[in-house]
Design a protein around this ligand. Structure first.
Ligand SMILES: [Zn+2]
Length: 91
């Protein structure tokens, strides 16, 4: 964080909400709209969302694979009653 406090000139920190800056020296706050800090925060959360989506995709593929295996098993046992019975917990 390179933003300087207008009151005491200290380095300001990004607040937890990501939308304001807090001076740790004098305690003054400043709302930021489209500053670099916000952009960085957005890029970070976008990247996290992307990672989460990828994880979800893998989980779904795993689930699909699992249900296909169990489907094959149940086919051998009985008529396909558990045909589409895989858990929808990721949907
Ligand atoms: Zn200050």
């Amino acid at each position: 964080m390179n933003t300087k406090c207008k009151h005491c000139g200290g380095d300001m920190n990004l607040a937890e909400d990501g939308k304001s800056l807090i001076c740790p020296y004098c305690g003054s706050t400043e709302i930021i709209e489209e500053s670099d800090a916000v952009k960085i925060q957005q890029i970070r959360s976008d990247a996290n969302a992307e990672i989460e989506r990828e994880k979800l995709k893998h989980e779904l593929e795993k689930d699909k694979l699992k249900s296909e295996i169990s489907r094959e098993k149940s086919f051998k046992k009985a008529s396909g009653r558990s045909f589409w019975s895989f858990s929808p917990r990721y949907l």
